[in-house]
Design a protein around this ligand. Structure first.
Ligand SMILES: NC(=O)c1ccc[n+]([C@@H]2O[C@H](COP(=O)([O-])OP(=O)(O)OC[C@H]3O[C@@H](n4cnc5c(N)ncnc54)[C@H](OP(=O)(O)O)[C@@H]3O)[C@@H](O)[C@H]2O)c1
Length: 250
Protein backbone atom coordinates (compact mmCIF):
# COMPACT_ATOMS: atom_id res chain seq x y z
CA UNK A 1 0.00 0.00 0.00
CA UNK A 2 1.19 3.44 -0.95
CA UNK A 3 0.34 6.41 1.27
CA UNK A 4 -0.01 9.14 -1.31
CA UNK A 5 -1.14 12.68 -2.01
CA UNK A 6 1.94 13.50 -4.08
CA UNK A 7 3.04 13.30 -7.71
CA UNK A 8 5.63 10.71 -6.73
CA UNK A 9 3.02 8.43 -5.11
CA UNK A 10 0.91 8.70 -8.23
CA UNK A 11 3.86 7.86 -10.47
CA UNK A 12 4.83 4.92 -8.27
CA UNK A 13 1.27 3.55 -8.34
CA UNK A 14 1.17 4.02 -12.13
CA UNK A 15 4.35 1.96 -12.48
CA UNK A 16 3.06 -0.83 -10.22
CA UNK A 17 -0.60 -1.27 -11.13
CA UNK A 18 0.09 -3.25 -14.29
CA UNK A 19 2.14 -5.88 -12.48
CA UNK A 20 0.43 -9.21 -12.01
CA UNK A 21 2.59 -10.21 -9.05
CA UNK A 22 1.46 -7.17 -7.04
CA UNK A 23 -1.80 -5.94 -5.66
CA UNK A 24 -1.28 -2.20 -5.15
CA UNK A 25 -3.54 0.22 -3.29
CA UNK A 26 -3.03 3.97 -3.17
CA UNK A 27 -4.29 5.68 -0.03
CA UNK A 28 -5.34 9.35 -0.05
CA UNK A 29 -6.31 11.58 2.86
CA UNK A 30 -9.21 13.00 0.86
CA UNK A 31 -8.26 16.66 1.38
CA UNK A 32 -8.38 17.87 -2.23
CA UNK A 33 -11.84 18.80 -3.43
CA UNK A 34 -11.22 17.82 -7.02
CA UNK A 35 -8.40 15.25 -6.96
CA UNK A 36 -6.65 14.06 -10.11
CA UNK A 37 -7.68 10.64 -11.36
CA UNK A 38 -5.37 8.15 -9.68
CA UNK A 39 -4.13 4.89 -11.16
CA UNK A 40 -5.40 1.52 -9.88
CA UNK A 41 -7.13 0.77 -6.63
CA UNK A 42 -7.61 3.80 -4.36
CA UNK A 43 -8.88 4.15 -0.80
CA UNK A 44 -9.71 7.54 0.70
CA UNK A 45 -9.72 8.90 4.28
CA UNK A 46 -7.77 8.60 7.52
CA UNK A 47 -7.22 5.31 9.32
CA UNK A 48 -7.78 6.63 12.84
CA UNK A 49 -4.20 7.21 13.97
CA UNK A 50 -1.33 4.75 14.10
CA UNK A 51 -3.48 2.07 15.78
CA UNK A 52 -6.05 2.32 13.00
CA UNK A 53 -3.35 2.10 10.36
CA UNK A 54 -1.77 -0.89 12.10
CA UNK A 55 -5.08 -2.77 12.13
CA UNK A 56 -5.65 -1.87 8.48
CA UNK A 57 -2.23 -3.30 7.59
CA UNK A 58 -3.07 -6.50 9.44
CA UNK A 59 -6.64 -6.87 8.15
CA UNK A 60 -5.63 -6.24 4.56
CA UNK A 61 -2.52 -8.43 4.91
CA UNK A 62 -0.29 -5.69 3.53
CA UNK A 63 3.27 -6.89 2.81
CA UNK A 64 4.88 -3.53 2.12
CA UNK A 65 3.92 -0.02 3.17
CA UNK A 66 5.32 2.88 1.14
CA UNK A 67 5.09 6.30 2.76
CA UNK A 68 5.06 8.54 -0.31
CA UNK A 69 3.25 11.41 1.39
CA UNK A 70 4.30 15.04 1.17
CA UNK A 71 7.48 15.99 3.11
CA UNK A 72 5.31 18.23 5.35
CA UNK A 73 2.66 15.58 6.08
CA UNK A 74 4.34 14.79 9.39
CA UNK A 75 1.50 13.13 11.25
CA UNK A 76 0.80 10.40 8.72
CA UNK A 77 4.53 9.73 8.31
CA UNK A 78 4.98 9.33 12.06
CA UNK A 79 1.90 7.09 12.17
CA UNK A 80 3.23 5.00 9.26
CA UNK A 81 6.50 4.32 11.07
CA UNK A 82 4.75 3.32 14.32
CA UNK A 83 2.05 1.24 12.60
CA UNK A 84 4.48 -0.66 10.38
CA UNK A 85 6.55 -1.56 13.41
CA UNK A 86 3.63 -2.71 15.52
CA UNK A 87 2.05 -4.67 12.65
CA UNK A 88 5.47 -6.05 11.70
CA UNK A 89 5.13 -4.89 8.11
CA UNK A 90 8.08 -3.84 5.95
CA UNK A 91 8.03 -0.12 5.22
CA UNK A 92 9.92 2.36 3.09
CA UNK A 93 9.58 6.07 2.45
CA UNK A 94 9.69 7.87 -0.88
CA UNK A 95 10.60 11.47 -0.20
CA UNK A 96 11.86 13.97 -2.74
CA UNK A 97 15.02 15.82 -1.72
CA UNK A 98 14.73 19.30 -0.26
CA UNK A 99 15.72 22.33 -2.35
CA UNK A 100 19.16 23.74 -1.61
CA UNK A 101 20.26 27.36 -1.87
CA UNK A 102 22.32 28.46 -4.85
CA UNK A 103 24.15 31.74 -5.46
CA UNK A 104 21.74 34.65 -5.58
CA UNK A 105 19.08 33.09 -3.34
CA UNK A 106 17.94 35.31 -0.46
CA UNK A 107 16.56 32.66 1.85
CA UNK A 108 15.70 33.14 5.48
CA UNK A 109 15.31 29.71 7.09
CA UNK A 110 12.64 29.06 9.72
CA UNK A 111 11.50 25.83 11.31
CA UNK A 112 7.74 26.39 11.60
CA UNK A 113 4.98 28.63 10.28
CA UNK A 114 4.63 30.87 13.40
CA UNK A 115 8.33 31.62 13.00
CA UNK A 116 7.74 32.52 9.33
CA UNK A 117 5.09 35.04 10.44
CA UNK A 118 7.59 36.70 12.82
CA UNK A 119 10.31 36.68 10.15
CA UNK A 120 8.17 39.00 8.00
CA UNK A 121 8.90 41.75 10.55
CA UNK A 122 6.74 44.58 11.78
CA UNK A 123 6.84 46.87 8.72
CA UNK A 124 4.21 46.22 6.04
CA UNK A 125 5.37 43.97 3.21
CA UNK A 126 3.80 42.52 0.10
CA UNK A 127 3.81 38.79 0.74
CA UNK A 128 3.27 35.87 -1.62
CA UNK A 129 2.06 32.96 0.52
CA UNK A 130 2.70 29.69 -1.25
CA UNK A 131 2.27 27.27 1.63
CA UNK A 132 -1.02 25.53 0.87
CA UNK A 133 -4.25 26.42 2.60
CA UNK A 134 -4.02 24.53 5.89
CA UNK A 135 -1.52 26.80 7.63
CA UNK A 136 -2.47 30.16 6.09
CA UNK A 137 -4.41 31.10 9.26
CA UNK A 138 -1.12 31.72 11.11
CA UNK A 139 -0.78 34.98 9.16
CA UNK A 140 -3.90 36.44 10.78
CA UNK A 141 -1.53 37.54 13.52
CA UNK A 142 0.35 39.83 11.10
CA UNK A 143 -2.42 41.98 9.56
CA UNK A 144 0.00 44.81 8.67
CA UNK A 145 1.12 42.95 5.52
CA UNK A 146 -0.62 42.56 2.14
CA UNK A 147 -1.05 38.95 1.12
CA UNK A 148 -1.35 37.12 -2.17
CA UNK A 149 -2.25 33.53 -1.35
CA UNK A 150 -2.05 30.69 -3.83
CA UNK A 151 -3.52 27.29 -3.05
CA UNK A 152 -5.21 24.39 -4.83
CA UNK A 153 -8.42 24.62 -2.80
CA UNK A 154 -9.82 27.81 -1.20
CA UNK A 155 -8.51 29.01 2.16
CA UNK A 156 -11.56 28.53 4.35
CA UNK A 157 -12.22 30.59 6.39
CA UNK A 158 -10.43 33.37 4.52
CA UNK A 159 -7.75 35.37 6.33
CA UNK A 160 -8.98 38.02 8.76
CA UNK A 161 -6.58 40.68 7.45
CA UNK A 162 -7.42 43.90 5.57
CA UNK A 163 -5.53 43.05 2.39
CA UNK A 164 -5.60 39.49 1.06
CA UNK A 165 -6.05 38.26 -2.49
CA UNK A 166 -6.39 34.63 -3.52
CA UNK A 167 -5.34 32.57 -6.52
CA UNK A 168 -6.58 29.01 -6.96
CA UNK A 169 -4.04 27.12 -8.99
CA UNK A 170 -1.91 23.99 -8.99
CA UNK A 171 1.53 23.40 -10.49
CA UNK A 172 3.59 22.86 -12.42
CA UNK A 173 4.41 26.55 -12.85
CA UNK A 174 6.85 28.05 -15.33
CA UNK A 175 9.61 30.53 -14.53
CA UNK A 176 8.15 33.08 -16.92
CA UNK A 177 4.72 32.87 -15.30
CA UNK A 178 6.13 33.14 -11.79
CA UNK A 179 8.29 36.14 -12.69
CA UNK A 180 5.27 37.81 -14.22
CA UNK A 181 3.13 37.12 -11.14
CA UNK A 182 5.75 38.43 -8.69
CA UNK A 183 6.35 41.60 -10.72
CA UNK A 184 2.70 42.19 -11.52
CA UNK A 185 1.70 41.96 -7.82
CA UNK A 186 4.76 43.87 -6.66
CA UNK A 187 5.72 41.08 -4.25
CA UNK A 188 8.72 41.68 -2.00
CA UNK A 189 8.80 38.43 -0.03
CA UNK A 190 7.68 34.83 -0.58
CA UNK A 191 6.80 32.39 2.19
CA UNK A 192 7.10 28.76 1.17
CA UNK A 193 7.77 25.30 2.57
CA UNK A 194 10.86 23.44 1.41
CA UNK A 195 8.77 20.89 -0.46
CA UNK A 196 11.43 20.02 -3.03
CA UNK A 197 10.62 18.75 -6.52
CA UNK A 198 10.38 20.58 -9.81
CA UNK A 199 6.66 21.41 -10.06
CA UNK A 200 6.80 24.43 -7.75
CA UNK A 201 10.51 25.31 -7.96
CA UNK A 202 9.99 28.10 -10.53
CA UNK A 203 8.91 30.56 -7.81
CA UNK A 204 12.31 30.06 -6.14
CA UNK A 205 14.11 30.73 -9.42
CA UNK A 206 11.87 33.72 -10.08
CA UNK A 207 12.60 35.15 -6.63
CA UNK A 208 16.33 34.70 -7.27
CA UNK A 209 16.18 36.46 -10.62
CA UNK A 210 14.21 39.38 -9.15
CA UNK A 211 16.17 39.69 -5.88
CA UNK A 212 13.12 38.84 -3.78
CA UNK A 213 13.42 37.46 -0.22
CA UNK A 214 12.19 33.93 0.49
CA UNK A 215 11.17 32.80 3.94
CA UNK A 216 11.77 29.07 3.72
CA UNK A 217 10.08 26.75 6.19
CA UNK A 218 12.37 23.79 6.71
CA UNK A 219 11.25 20.19 7.05
CA UNK A 220 10.82 18.57 10.43
CA UNK A 221 12.84 15.51 11.34
CA UNK A 222 10.87 12.46 10.20
CA UNK A 223 10.72 9.03 11.73
CA UNK A 224 13.50 6.67 10.86
CA UNK A 225 12.59 4.61 7.79
CA UNK A 226 14.52 3.34 4.79
CA UNK A 227 14.10 6.31 2.42
CA UNK A 228 14.36 6.67 -1.34
CA UNK A 229 14.51 10.02 -3.08
CA UNK A 230 13.20 9.02 -6.50
CA UNK A 231 10.41 6.86 -7.89
CA UNK A 232 13.01 4.86 -9.84
CA UNK A 233 15.09 3.91 -6.78
CA UNK A 234 11.94 3.02 -4.83
CA UNK A 235 10.81 0.84 -7.74
CA UNK A 236 14.16 -0.94 -7.80
CA UNK A 237 13.84 -1.67 -4.07
CA UNK A 238 10.27 -2.94 -4.52
CA UNK A 239 11.39 -5.21 -7.38
CA UNK A 240 14.03 -6.68 -5.07
CA UNK A 241 11.53 -6.94 -2.20
CA UNK A 242 9.07 -9.01 -4.25
CA UNK A 243 11.69 -11.12 -6.03
CA UNK A 244 11.17 -14.87 -5.41
CA UNK A 245 14.55 -15.21 -3.65
CA UNK A 246 13.64 -12.50 -1.15
CA UNK A 247 10.17 -14.00 -0.63
CA UNK A 248 11.76 -17.36 0.18
CA UNK A 249 14.03 -15.56 2.64
CA UNK A 250 17.18 -16.50 0.62
N1 LIG B 1 1.16 19.09 4.19
C1 LIG B 1 1.40 19.51 2.95
O1 LIG B 1 2.03 20.58 2.73
C2 LIG B 1 0.90 18.72 1.76
C3 LIG B 1 1.15 19.20 0.47
C4 LIG B 1 0.71 18.46 -0.64
C5 LIG B 1 0.07 17.26 -0.44
N2 LIG B 1 -0.17 16.82 0.82
C6 LIG B 1 -0.88 15.53 0.98
O2 LIG B 1 -2.11 15.81 1.60
C7 LIG B 1 -2.45 14.78 2.52
C8 LIG B 1 -2.75 15.39 3.87
O3 LIG B 1 -1.60 16.11 4.30
P1 LIG B 1 -1.50 16.64 5.79
O4 LIG B 1 -0.29 17.52 5.87
O5 LIG B 1 -2.83 17.15 6.25
O6 LIG B 1 -1.18 15.26 6.54
P2 LIG B 1 -0.88 14.97 8.07
O7 LIG B 1 -1.09 16.19 8.89
O8 LIG B 1 0.41 14.27 8.18
O9 LIG B 1 -2.00 13.89 8.38
C9 LIG B 1 -3.20 14.21 9.05
C10 LIG B 1 -4.08 12.98 9.01
O10 LIG B 1 -4.63 12.80 7.70
C11 LIG B 1 -4.72 11.42 7.39
N3 LIG B 1 -3.86 11.14 6.23
C12 LIG B 1 -2.83 11.88 5.74
N4 LIG B 1 -2.34 11.36 4.63
C13 LIG B 1 -3.08 10.26 4.37
C14 LIG B 1 -3.06 9.30 3.33
N5 LIG B 1 -2.19 9.37 2.31
N6 LIG B 1 -3.98 8.29 3.39
C15 LIG B 1 -4.88 8.22 4.41
N7 LIG B 1 -4.95 9.12 5.40
C16 LIG B 1 -4.05 10.12 5.39
C17 LIG B 1 -4.26 10.69 8.64
O11 LIG B 1 -5.44 10.50 9.42
P3 LIG B 1 -5.57 9.30 10.46
O12 LIG B 1 -4.71 9.66 11.62
O13 LIG B 1 -7.03 9.27 10.78
O14 LIG B 1 -5.09 8.06 9.77
C18 LIG B 1 -3.36 11.69 9.31
O15 LIG B 1 -3.18 11.51 10.68
C19 LIG B 1 -1.29 13.79 2.53
O16 LIG B 1 -1.69 12.67 1.80
C20 LIG B 1 -0.15 14.53 1.86
O17 LIG B 1 0.68 13.66 1.12
C21 LIG B 1 0.23 17.52 1.92
Amino acid sequence: MILGGTTEARRLAEALVGREDLDTTLSLAGRTMDPLTQPGSVRVGGFGGSDGLASYLETEAIDLLVDATHPFANRISANAAVAAKSANVAAIALRRPAWRTVDGDRWHLVSAMPEAVLALGSSPRRVFLSIGRQEAHHFNSAPQHSYLIRSIDPVDPPLQVPDAAYILSSGPFTLEREQHLLKDRDIDVIVTKNSGGSATYAKIEAARSLGIDVIMVERAQVADMLTFETVETALAHIAHFVSPAVKRGV
